[in-house]
Write a new protein. Structure first.
Length: 119
């Protein structure tokens, strides 16, 4: 079973920063695209950012552009979400998701890490 492990969440003041690692214990992320999603209380799960297998293609949601950076270190088998200038509306559980392009594709998730931004 493929299971990602997110960490780095916590309580931070508005304007602060957090870095969220997404690790893959026991298997390699080299061949997988990775995305970060978040779900706030009472809201639907929404995409935050994603990165291709090689790291050459990156996308961000409009409301995080300029504040959040996704990166991957395949040597460390980890994808990172660097979040700066955090706002209270960034408060959510953050999940990472892996997609392995096979037929059919394999999709797997982590259990999430809570980010709380106080005003």
């Amino acid at each position: 079973q493929l299971l990602l492990v997110e960490s780095g969440g916590g309580l931070v003041q508005s304007g602060g920063s957090l870095r969220l690692p997404c690790a893959a214990p026991g298997f390699t992320l080299d061949d997988d695209a990775i995305g970060w999603f978040r779900q706030a209380p009472g809201k639907e799960n929404e995409g935050v950012s994603c990165i291709s297998r090689s790291g050459s293609t990156i996308n961000y949601a409009d409301d995080v552009k300029g504040r959040i950076t996704i990166s991957r270190d395949n040597d460390k088998n980890t994808v990172y979400l660097q979040m700066n200038s955090l706002k209270p509306e960034d408060t959510a559980v953050y999940y990472c998701k892996g997609v392995r392009k096979l037929a059919p594709a394999i999709v797997y998730w982590g259990q999430g890490t809570q980010v709380t931004v106080s005003s």
